[in-house]
Design a binder for this molecule. Sequence first.
Ligand code: AMP
Ligand code: MG
Length: 492
Amino acid sequence: MVNLGFDHSYEQMPERFFSRLAPTSVSDPRLLLWNDPLARELGLGDAVGDETELALLFSGNRLSMDAKPIAMVYAGHQFGQFVPCLGDGRAILLGELIDQNGRRRDLQLKGSGRTPYSRRGDGRAWLGPVLREYLISEAMHALGIPTTRALAVVTTGEPVFREEGAMPGAILTRVASSHIRIGTFEYFARTQDLDGLRRLADHVLMRHYPDLLEADEPYLALLQAITANQARLIAQWLGVGFIHGVMNTDNMAISGETIDYGPCAFMDEYHPSTVFSFIDQGGRYAFGNQPRIAAWNLARLAEALLPMMDDDPRRSLVKGQEVIAGFQQLFEDAWLSRMTAKLGLASVREGDAGLIGELLNIMEVGRADYTLTFRGLADLATDANAAVLVARRFTKPAPFLAWVERWRTRLMVEGRSGAEVYQGMRRVNPALIPRNHRVEEALVAAVQEGDLAPFLRLHRRLADPFSDHPESTALANLPAMHERIEHTFCGT
Ligand code: AMP
Ligand code: MG
Protein backbone atom coordinates (compact mmCIF):
# COMPACT_ATOMS: atom_id res chain seq x y z
CA MET A 1 0.00 0.00 0.00
CA VAL A 2 1.17 3.49 -0.83
CA ASN A 3 1.53 6.32 1.61
CA LEU A 4 2.26 9.68 0.01
CA GLY A 5 2.91 11.38 3.34
CA PHE A 6 -0.17 13.58 3.44
CA ASP A 7 -0.84 16.06 6.16
CA HIS A 8 -4.30 17.53 6.67
CA SER A 9 -5.19 20.97 7.92
CA TYR A 10 -8.24 21.98 5.87
CA GLU A 11 -9.81 18.61 6.50
CA GLN A 12 -9.65 19.45 10.23
CA MET A 13 -12.04 22.34 9.70
CA PRO A 14 -15.73 21.88 10.63
CA GLU A 15 -17.68 19.47 8.44
CA ARG A 16 -19.69 22.26 6.80
CA PHE A 17 -16.51 23.44 5.01
CA PHE A 18 -16.53 20.48 2.61
CA SER A 19 -18.02 17.13 1.68
CA ARG A 20 -16.15 13.92 2.22
CA LEU A 21 -16.08 11.68 -0.80
CA ALA A 22 -13.66 9.65 -2.85
CA PRO A 23 -12.93 10.24 -6.54
CA THR A 24 -15.05 8.17 -8.95
CA SER A 25 -13.00 5.37 -10.54
CA VAL A 26 -12.27 5.47 -14.25
CA SER A 27 -12.05 2.52 -16.63
CA ASP A 28 -8.54 2.75 -18.06
CA PRO A 29 -6.21 5.22 -16.33
CA ARG A 30 -2.93 5.91 -18.14
CA LEU A 31 -0.22 8.32 -17.13
CA LEU A 32 0.32 10.88 -19.90
CA LEU A 33 2.43 13.52 -18.17
CA TRP A 34 4.43 13.53 -14.97
CA ASN A 35 6.18 16.65 -13.69
CA ASP A 36 9.30 15.11 -12.24
CA PRO A 37 11.00 18.28 -10.90
CA LEU A 38 7.79 19.26 -9.12
CA ALA A 39 7.36 15.73 -7.77
CA ARG A 40 10.84 15.92 -6.26
CA GLU A 41 10.11 19.34 -4.80
CA LEU A 42 7.07 17.78 -3.13
CA GLY A 43 9.15 14.95 -1.76
CA LEU A 44 7.45 12.45 -4.08
CA GLY A 45 10.61 10.84 -5.35
CA ASP A 46 11.03 7.45 -6.94
CA ALA A 47 9.31 5.83 -3.98
CA VAL A 48 5.86 6.50 -5.40
CA GLY A 49 5.96 3.72 -7.94
CA ASP A 50 6.01 2.96 -11.62
CA GLU A 51 3.78 4.48 -14.31
CA THR A 52 0.97 2.04 -13.64
CA GLU A 53 0.97 2.90 -9.97
CA LEU A 54 1.11 6.64 -10.74
CA ALA A 55 -1.82 6.30 -13.13
CA LEU A 56 -3.84 4.56 -10.41
CA LEU A 57 -2.94 7.13 -7.76
CA PHE A 58 -3.44 10.22 -9.89
CA SER A 59 -6.70 9.12 -11.45
CA GLY A 60 -8.13 8.47 -8.01
CA ASN A 61 -8.63 4.78 -8.74
CA ARG A 62 -6.30 4.03 -5.86
CA LEU A 63 -6.06 6.21 -2.79
CA SER A 64 -2.92 6.72 -0.79
CA MET A 65 -3.52 5.20 2.66
CA ASP A 66 -3.23 8.60 4.27
CA ALA A 67 -5.48 10.50 1.80
CA LYS A 68 -8.61 12.11 3.26
CA PRO A 69 -10.47 13.15 0.13
CA ILE A 70 -12.82 16.13 0.28
CA ALA A 71 -14.60 18.50 -2.09
CA MET A 72 -14.41 22.08 -0.79
CA VAL A 73 -17.46 24.31 -0.72
CA TYR A 74 -17.39 27.94 -1.85
CA ALA A 75 -19.61 30.61 -3.38
CA GLY A 76 -18.68 33.28 -5.90
CA HIS A 77 -19.56 36.18 -8.13
CA GLN A 78 -19.58 34.93 -11.71
CA PHE A 79 -19.54 37.78 -14.23
CA GLY A 80 -20.86 40.01 -11.46
CA GLN A 81 -23.71 37.73 -10.38
CA PHE A 82 -23.63 36.13 -6.95
CA VAL A 83 -23.96 32.34 -6.84
CA PRO A 84 -24.38 31.26 -3.21
CA CYS A 85 -23.16 27.70 -3.59
CA LEU A 86 -20.48 26.60 -6.05
CA GLY A 87 -17.77 24.37 -4.62
CA ASP A 88 -15.56 21.72 -6.17
CA GLY A 89 -17.94 20.27 -8.73
CA ARG A 90 -15.29 18.14 -10.33
CA ALA A 91 -12.30 18.27 -8.04
CA ILE A 92 -11.17 16.38 -4.96
CA LEU A 93 -8.55 17.53 -2.50
CA LEU A 94 -6.55 14.47 -1.48
CA GLY A 95 -4.50 16.13 1.21
CA GLU A 96 -1.55 18.44 1.79
CA LEU A 97 2.16 17.76 1.47
CA ILE A 98 4.91 19.66 3.25
CA ASP A 99 7.42 20.21 0.46
CA GLN A 100 11.22 20.20 0.58
CA ASN A 101 11.17 23.90 1.48
CA GLY A 102 8.77 23.35 4.35
CA ARG A 103 5.83 24.83 2.44
CA ARG A 104 2.37 23.30 2.71
CA ARG A 105 0.94 22.38 -0.70
CA ASP A 106 -2.52 21.05 -1.65
CA LEU A 107 -2.78 18.06 -3.96
CA GLN A 108 -6.03 18.12 -5.86
CA LEU A 109 -7.45 15.93 -8.62
CA LYS A 110 -9.42 17.94 -11.18
CA GLY A 111 -11.88 16.03 -13.36
CA SER A 112 -12.28 13.23 -10.82
CA GLY A 113 -16.06 12.75 -10.95
CA ARG A 114 -19.25 14.18 -9.58
CA THR A 115 -19.52 15.73 -6.13
CA PRO A 116 -22.41 17.28 -4.19
CA TYR A 117 -21.44 20.58 -5.90
CA SER A 118 -21.59 19.36 -9.49
CA ARG A 119 -25.05 20.81 -10.21
CA ARG A 120 -25.71 19.77 -13.80
CA GLY A 121 -22.07 19.03 -14.60
CA ASP A 122 -20.60 15.59 -15.16
CA GLY A 123 -17.66 16.11 -12.81
CA ARG A 124 -15.22 15.39 -15.60
CA ALA A 125 -12.66 17.22 -17.71
CA TRP A 126 -11.37 16.45 -21.17
CA LEU A 127 -7.85 16.25 -22.43
CA GLY A 128 -7.71 19.60 -24.29
CA PRO A 129 -8.34 21.91 -21.32
CA VAL A 130 -6.32 19.65 -19.01
CA LEU A 131 -3.26 19.90 -21.27
CA ARG A 132 -3.87 23.60 -21.61
CA GLU A 133 -3.82 24.13 -17.86
CA TYR A 134 -0.70 21.96 -17.53
CA LEU A 135 1.13 23.92 -20.23
CA ILE A 136 0.11 27.44 -19.25
CA SER A 137 0.38 27.10 -15.49
CA GLU A 138 3.89 25.66 -15.88
CA ALA A 139 4.76 28.46 -18.33
CA MET A 140 3.57 31.04 -15.81
CA HIS A 141 5.77 29.45 -13.18
CA ALA A 142 8.77 29.64 -15.50
CA LEU A 143 7.96 33.31 -16.12
CA GLY A 144 8.29 33.84 -12.37
CA ILE A 145 4.58 34.47 -11.76
CA PRO A 146 2.90 32.96 -8.69
CA THR A 147 0.63 30.16 -9.84
CA THR A 148 -0.85 26.79 -9.05
CA ARG A 149 1.24 24.02 -10.58
CA ALA A 150 0.52 20.86 -12.55
CA LEU A 151 1.92 17.55 -11.31
CA ALA A 152 0.31 14.95 -13.55
CA VAL A 153 -2.09 14.25 -16.38
CA VAL A 154 -3.82 10.88 -16.52
CA THR A 155 -6.17 9.92 -19.34
CA THR A 156 -9.25 8.05 -18.15
CA GLY A 157 -10.15 5.87 -21.13
CA GLU A 158 -13.66 7.30 -20.94
CA PRO A 159 -15.31 9.79 -23.27
CA VAL A 160 -16.49 13.17 -22.03
CA PHE A 161 -19.39 14.72 -23.93
CA ARG A 162 -19.04 18.38 -24.81
CA GLU A 163 -20.16 20.73 -27.57
CA GLU A 164 -17.13 19.55 -29.53
CA GLY A 165 -18.46 15.97 -29.39
CA ALA A 166 -17.16 12.93 -27.48
CA MET A 167 -13.73 13.95 -26.21
CA PRO A 168 -11.09 11.90 -24.38
CA GLY A 169 -11.40 12.27 -20.60
CA ALA A 170 -8.44 13.30 -18.46
CA ILE A 171 -7.59 14.20 -14.88
CA LEU A 172 -5.15 16.90 -13.86
CA THR A 173 -3.34 16.85 -10.54
CA ARG A 174 -3.12 20.43 -9.40
CA VAL A 175 -0.75 21.65 -6.72
CA ALA A 176 -1.56 24.87 -4.89
CA SER A 177 -0.40 26.57 -1.74
CA SER A 178 -4.11 26.37 -0.98
CA HIS A 179 -7.41 26.24 -2.85
CA ILE A 180 -9.10 28.86 -0.67
CA ARG A 181 -10.74 31.52 -2.80
CA ILE A 182 -12.45 34.85 -2.24
CA GLY A 183 -15.58 32.80 -2.87
CA THR A 184 -14.82 30.61 0.15
CA PHE A 185 -15.20 33.66 2.37
CA GLU A 186 -18.31 34.73 0.48
CA TYR A 187 -19.89 31.34 1.19
CA PHE A 188 -19.74 31.79 4.96
CA ALA A 189 -20.55 35.50 4.84
CA ARG A 190 -23.69 34.80 2.86
CA THR A 191 -25.20 32.68 5.64
CA GLN A 192 -23.85 35.05 8.32
CA ASP A 193 -21.86 32.16 9.72
CA LEU A 194 -19.51 34.25 11.85
CA ASP A 195 -17.93 31.24 13.47
CA GLY A 196 -17.16 29.75 10.05
CA LEU A 197 -15.75 33.05 8.81
CA ARG A 198 -13.48 33.42 11.80
CA ARG A 199 -12.21 29.85 11.54
CA LEU A 200 -11.54 30.32 7.84
CA ALA A 201 -9.74 33.63 8.41
CA ASP A 202 -7.66 32.13 11.23
CA HIS A 203 -6.75 29.18 9.04
CA VAL A 204 -5.67 31.54 6.24
CA LEU A 205 -3.66 33.70 8.65
CA MET A 206 -1.89 30.68 10.08
CA ARG A 207 -1.26 29.13 6.70
CA HIS A 208 -0.41 32.07 4.46
CA TYR A 209 0.21 35.13 6.62
CA PRO A 210 1.53 33.88 9.99
CA ASP A 211 3.32 37.17 10.68
CA LEU A 212 -0.05 38.89 10.87
CA LEU A 213 -1.31 36.75 13.75
CA GLU A 214 0.39 39.23 16.06
CA ALA A 215 -1.13 42.31 14.40
CA ASP A 216 -3.43 44.59 16.43
CA GLU A 217 -6.21 44.01 13.92
CA PRO A 218 -5.36 40.71 12.26
CA TYR A 219 -8.44 40.52 10.00
CA LEU A 220 -7.89 44.03 8.69
CA ALA A 221 -4.21 43.18 8.20
CA LEU A 222 -5.28 40.04 6.35
CA LEU A 223 -7.42 42.04 3.94
CA GLN A 224 -4.51 44.42 3.40
CA ALA A 225 -2.08 41.59 2.74
CA ILE A 226 -4.37 39.83 0.26
CA THR A 227 -5.00 43.15 -1.48
CA ALA A 228 -1.28 43.83 -1.79
CA ASN A 229 -0.67 40.31 -3.09
CA GLN A 230 -3.33 40.65 -5.76
CA ALA A 231 -2.00 44.05 -6.80
CA ARG A 232 1.43 42.51 -7.35
CA LEU A 233 -0.02 39.50 -9.15
CA ILE A 234 -2.07 41.56 -11.60
CA ALA A 235 0.96 43.78 -12.30
CA GLN A 236 2.88 40.61 -13.16
CA TRP A 237 0.12 39.43 -15.48
CA LEU A 238 0.14 42.77 -17.24
CA GLY A 239 3.89 42.64 -17.56
CA VAL A 240 3.70 39.54 -19.78
CA GLY A 241 0.41 40.22 -21.56
CA PHE A 242 -1.57 37.55 -19.69
CA ILE A 243 -5.37 37.62 -19.78
CA HIS A 244 -6.95 35.35 -17.17
CA GLY A 245 -10.30 35.29 -18.90
CA VAL A 246 -12.63 34.40 -15.99
CA MET A 247 -11.73 36.54 -13.00
CA ASN A 248 -14.79 35.48 -11.04
CA THR A 249 -14.37 35.70 -7.27
CA ASP A 250 -14.32 31.89 -7.07
CA ASN A 251 -11.31 31.93 -9.38
CA MET A 252 -9.18 34.26 -7.24
CA ALA A 253 -7.01 32.47 -4.69
CA ILE A 254 -6.30 34.29 -1.43
CA SER A 255 -2.73 32.93 -1.53
CA GLY A 256 -1.95 35.32 -4.41
CA GLU A 257 -1.39 32.49 -6.89
CA THR A 258 -2.92 32.52 -10.35
CA ILE A 259 -5.62 29.85 -10.34
CA ASP A 260 -8.14 28.30 -12.75
CA TYR A 261 -6.79 28.30 -16.26
CA GLY A 262 -9.89 28.20 -18.40
CA PRO A 263 -10.06 30.45 -21.45
CA CYS A 264 -6.89 32.34 -20.47
CA ALA A 265 -4.61 33.63 -23.21
CA PHE A 266 -1.56 35.74 -23.92
CA MET A 267 -1.89 38.86 -26.02
CA ASP A 268 0.05 39.14 -29.27
CA GLU A 269 -0.46 42.70 -30.58
CA TYR A 270 -0.85 45.16 -27.76
CA HIS A 271 -4.36 46.42 -27.16
CA PRO A 272 -5.83 47.00 -23.69
CA SER A 273 -9.30 45.82 -24.72
CA THR A 274 -8.05 42.43 -25.92
CA VAL A 275 -10.41 39.57 -25.01
CA PHE A 276 -10.14 35.97 -26.16
CA SER A 277 -12.67 34.18 -24.00
CA PHE A 278 -15.71 33.15 -25.96
CA ILE A 279 -17.93 33.47 -22.88
CA ASP A 280 -16.77 37.04 -22.14
CA GLN A 281 -18.85 38.81 -24.76
CA GLY A 282 -18.99 42.09 -22.81
CA GLY A 283 -15.22 42.29 -22.34
CA ARG A 284 -15.56 42.39 -18.56
CA TYR A 285 -12.27 40.53 -18.18
CA ALA A 286 -10.36 42.27 -21.00
CA PHE A 287 -6.59 42.68 -20.60
CA GLY A 288 -6.68 46.27 -19.38
CA ASN A 289 -9.73 45.74 -17.14
CA GLN A 290 -7.98 43.23 -14.91
CA PRO A 291 -6.81 45.71 -12.24
CA ARG A 292 -10.29 47.19 -11.94
CA ILE A 293 -11.85 43.73 -11.68
CA ALA A 294 -9.33 42.63 -9.06
CA ALA A 295 -10.33 45.66 -6.96
CA TRP A 296 -14.00 44.77 -7.47
CA ASN A 297 -13.36 41.20 -6.34
CA LEU A 298 -11.38 42.39 -3.33
CA ALA A 299 -14.33 44.59 -2.38
CA ARG A 300 -16.41 41.40 -2.22
CA LEU A 301 -13.77 39.90 0.09
CA ALA A 302 -13.82 43.05 2.22
CA GLU A 303 -17.62 42.81 2.52
CA ALA A 304 -17.30 39.24 3.71
CA LEU A 305 -14.69 40.21 6.34
CA LEU A 306 -16.51 43.32 7.62
CA PRO A 307 -18.29 41.64 10.56
CA MET A 308 -14.91 40.63 11.98
CA MET A 309 -13.05 43.87 11.44
CA ASP A 310 -14.77 45.99 14.08
CA ASP A 311 -17.68 45.70 16.50
CA ASP A 312 -19.06 48.92 15.07
CA PRO A 313 -20.38 48.22 11.55
CA ARG A 314 -19.75 51.79 10.40
CA ARG A 315 -16.14 51.76 11.52
CA SER A 316 -15.75 48.36 9.88
CA LEU A 317 -17.06 49.71 6.61
CA VAL A 318 -14.71 52.68 6.67
CA LYS A 319 -11.72 50.41 7.32
CA GLY A 320 -12.69 48.04 4.53
CA GLN A 321 -13.26 50.88 2.09
CA GLU A 322 -9.86 52.37 2.91
CA VAL A 323 -8.10 49.14 2.06
CA ILE A 324 -9.96 48.75 -1.22
CA ALA A 325 -9.32 52.38 -2.12
CA GLY A 326 -5.63 51.67 -1.57
CA PHE A 327 -5.56 48.94 -4.19
CA GLN A 328 -5.12 51.37 -7.08
CA GLN A 329 -1.95 52.85 -5.61
CA LEU A 330 -0.53 49.44 -4.71
CA PHE A 331 -1.22 48.23 -8.21
CA GLU A 332 0.25 51.33 -9.87
CA ASP A 333 3.42 51.06 -7.81
CA ALA A 334 3.81 47.37 -8.63
CA TRP A 335 3.04 47.97 -12.30
CA LEU A 336 5.40 50.92 -12.56
CA SER A 337 8.31 49.06 -11.02
CA ARG A 338 7.66 46.11 -13.36
CA MET A 339 7.32 48.25 -16.47
CA THR A 340 10.34 50.42 -15.71
CA ALA A 341 12.35 47.21 -15.28
CA LYS A 342 11.08 46.13 -18.69
CA LEU A 343 12.49 49.38 -20.07
CA GLY A 344 15.85 48.68 -18.45
CA LEU A 345 15.48 51.32 -15.76
CA ALA A 346 16.88 50.47 -12.36
CA SER A 347 14.79 53.04 -10.49
CA VAL A 348 11.44 54.74 -10.90
CA ARG A 349 11.56 58.49 -11.53
CA GLU A 350 9.06 61.19 -12.23
CA GLY A 351 7.94 61.04 -15.82
CA ASP A 352 8.46 57.27 -16.17
CA ALA A 353 4.75 56.50 -16.12
CA GLY A 354 4.38 58.94 -19.03
CA LEU A 355 7.23 57.33 -20.93
CA ILE A 356 5.66 53.88 -20.56
CA GLY A 357 2.21 55.22 -21.45
CA GLU A 358 3.59 56.77 -24.65
CA LEU A 359 5.19 53.52 -25.71
CA LEU A 360 1.98 51.57 -25.06
CA ASN A 361 0.02 54.12 -27.07
CA ILE A 362 2.42 53.86 -29.97
CA MET A 363 2.25 50.07 -29.77
CA GLU A 364 -1.53 50.16 -29.77
CA VAL A 365 -1.79 52.47 -32.75
CA GLY A 366 1.09 50.70 -34.53
CA ARG A 367 -0.34 47.23 -33.77
CA ALA A 368 2.98 46.05 -32.42
CA ASP A 369 3.53 42.73 -30.70
CA TYR A 370 3.80 43.17 -26.94
CA THR A 371 6.38 40.46 -26.22
CA LEU A 372 8.66 40.98 -29.21
CA THR A 373 8.68 44.77 -28.88
CA PHE A 374 9.99 44.65 -25.31
CA ARG A 375 12.40 41.84 -26.12
CA GLY A 376 13.64 43.83 -29.11
CA LEU A 377 14.16 46.94 -27.00
CA ALA A 378 16.88 45.10 -25.09
CA ASP A 379 18.92 44.88 -28.29
CA LEU A 380 18.75 48.64 -28.63
CA ALA A 381 20.65 49.02 -25.38
CA THR A 382 23.84 47.80 -27.03
CA ASP A 383 23.17 48.15 -30.74
CA ALA A 384 21.99 51.52 -32.09
CA ASN A 385 21.09 50.01 -35.46
CA ALA A 386 18.61 47.59 -33.89
CA ALA A 387 16.01 50.39 -33.63
CA VAL A 388 15.17 50.07 -37.29
CA LEU A 389 14.55 46.35 -36.91
CA VAL A 390 12.24 46.79 -33.96
CA ALA A 391 10.48 49.69 -35.71
CA ARG A 392 9.43 47.25 -38.42
CA ARG A 393 7.01 45.74 -35.93
CA PHE A 394 4.98 48.95 -36.06
CA THR A 395 2.65 49.88 -38.90
CA LYS A 396 4.07 53.40 -38.51
CA PRO A 397 7.73 53.32 -37.42
CA ALA A 398 8.32 57.09 -37.02
CA PRO A 399 6.55 57.61 -33.65
CA PHE A 400 8.42 54.62 -32.24
CA LEU A 401 11.79 55.92 -33.42
CA ALA A 402 11.05 59.29 -31.85
CA TRP A 403 10.11 57.55 -28.62
CA VAL A 404 13.38 55.61 -28.65
CA GLU A 405 15.27 58.92 -28.46
CA ARG A 406 13.31 59.95 -25.36
CA TRP A 407 13.95 56.54 -23.83
CA ARG A 408 17.70 56.82 -24.49
CA THR A 409 17.78 60.20 -22.80
CA ARG A 410 16.07 58.70 -19.76
CA LEU A 411 18.46 55.72 -19.70
CA MET A 412 21.45 58.07 -19.68
CA VAL A 413 20.29 59.57 -16.37
CA GLU A 414 21.14 56.26 -14.68
CA GLY A 415 24.57 56.03 -16.24
CA ARG A 416 24.67 52.23 -16.44
CA SER A 417 26.54 50.52 -19.22
CA GLY A 418 24.70 49.28 -22.29
CA ALA A 419 25.70 45.72 -21.47
CA GLU A 420 24.28 45.97 -17.99
CA VAL A 421 20.99 47.36 -19.24
CA TYR A 422 20.83 44.69 -21.93
CA GLN A 423 21.35 41.86 -19.46
CA GLY A 424 18.79 43.26 -17.06
CA MET A 425 16.16 43.69 -19.77
CA ARG A 426 16.58 40.17 -21.03
CA ARG A 427 15.89 38.84 -17.56
CA VAL A 428 12.46 40.52 -17.41
CA ASN A 429 11.32 40.55 -21.04
CA PRO A 430 10.63 36.99 -22.16
CA ALA A 431 11.56 35.84 -25.64
CA LEU A 432 8.77 33.31 -25.50
CA ILE A 433 5.22 33.21 -24.20
CA PRO A 434 2.63 30.49 -24.88
CA ARG A 435 1.19 32.02 -28.03
CA ASN A 436 -2.40 31.02 -28.68
CA HIS A 437 -1.82 29.57 -32.10
CA ARG A 438 1.07 27.42 -30.86
CA VAL A 439 -0.91 26.23 -27.84
CA GLU A 440 -3.83 25.39 -30.11
CA GLU A 441 -1.60 23.58 -32.57
CA ALA A 442 -0.03 21.50 -29.80
CA LEU A 443 -3.40 20.61 -28.29
CA VAL A 444 -4.94 19.65 -31.63
CA ALA A 445 -2.02 17.32 -32.38
CA ALA A 446 -2.25 15.73 -28.92
CA VAL A 447 -6.02 15.32 -28.81
CA GLN A 448 -6.89 14.60 -32.43
CA GLU A 449 -3.80 12.77 -33.62
CA GLY A 450 -2.46 11.38 -30.36
CA ASP A 451 0.82 13.10 -31.15
CA LEU A 452 2.29 14.61 -28.00
CA ALA A 453 5.54 15.75 -29.66
CA PRO A 454 4.50 19.37 -30.45
CA PHE A 455 3.13 19.75 -26.91
CA LEU A 456 6.34 18.45 -25.34
CA ARG A 457 8.49 20.67 -27.57
CA LEU A 458 6.51 23.76 -26.63
CA HIS A 459 6.45 22.79 -22.97
CA ARG A 460 10.22 22.28 -22.92
CA ARG A 461 10.91 25.66 -24.50
CA LEU A 462 8.47 27.46 -22.22
CA ALA A 463 10.46 26.21 -19.25
CA ASP A 464 13.24 28.61 -20.30
CA PRO A 465 11.40 31.67 -21.61
CA PHE A 466 14.13 34.27 -21.10
CA SER A 467 16.73 32.69 -23.39
CA ASP A 468 16.86 32.92 -27.16
CA HIS A 469 16.53 29.61 -28.91
CA PRO A 470 17.34 30.26 -32.56
CA GLU A 471 16.17 26.77 -33.53
CA SER A 472 12.66 27.48 -32.33
CA THR A 473 11.92 31.01 -33.51
CA ALA A 474 8.71 29.64 -35.01
CA LEU A 475 7.40 29.25 -31.47
CA ALA A 476 8.30 32.82 -30.55
CA ASN A 477 7.01 34.51 -33.66
CA LEU A 478 3.64 36.03 -34.36
CA PRO A 479 0.93 33.97 -36.00
CA ALA A 480 0.47 34.33 -39.73
CA MET A 481 -2.91 35.70 -40.77
CA HIS A 482 -4.40 32.23 -41.20
CA GLU A 483 -3.02 31.04 -37.85
CA ARG A 484 -4.58 33.78 -35.75
CA ILE A 485 -6.79 32.65 -32.88
CA GLU A 486 -9.69 34.98 -32.15
CA HIS A 487 -11.37 33.04 -29.36
CA THR A 488 -10.56 30.60 -26.62
CA PHE A 489 -13.29 28.45 -25.16
CA CYS A 490 -14.17 27.97 -21.53
CA GLY A 491 -12.89 24.44 -21.80
CA THR A 492 -14.71 22.68 -19.02
P1 AMP B 1 -15.03 27.32 -13.43
O1 AMP B 1 -15.79 28.13 -14.41
O2 AMP B 1 -14.20 26.24 -14.04
O3 AMP B 1 -14.28 28.13 -12.46
O4 AMP B 1 -16.13 26.50 -12.60
C1 AMP B 1 -17.19 27.11 -11.95
C2 AMP B 1 -17.96 26.07 -11.14
O5 AMP B 1 -18.49 25.07 -12.00
C3 AMP B 1 -17.12 25.35 -10.10
O6 AMP B 1 -17.95 25.13 -8.99
C4 AMP B 1 -16.80 24.05 -10.80
O7 AMP B 1 -16.53 23.02 -9.89
C5 AMP B 1 -18.06 23.79 -11.59
N1 AMP B 1 -17.81 22.96 -12.78
C6 AMP B 1 -17.15 23.29 -13.90
N2 AMP B 1 -17.12 22.27 -14.78
C7 AMP B 1 -17.80 21.24 -14.21
C8 AMP B 1 -18.13 19.91 -14.60
N3 AMP B 1 -17.77 19.42 -15.78
N4 AMP B 1 -18.82 19.16 -13.73
C9 AMP B 1 -19.20 19.64 -12.55
N5 AMP B 1 -18.94 20.87 -12.11
C10 AMP B 1 -18.24 21.68 -12.92
MG1 MG C 1 -13.21 27.85 -10.90
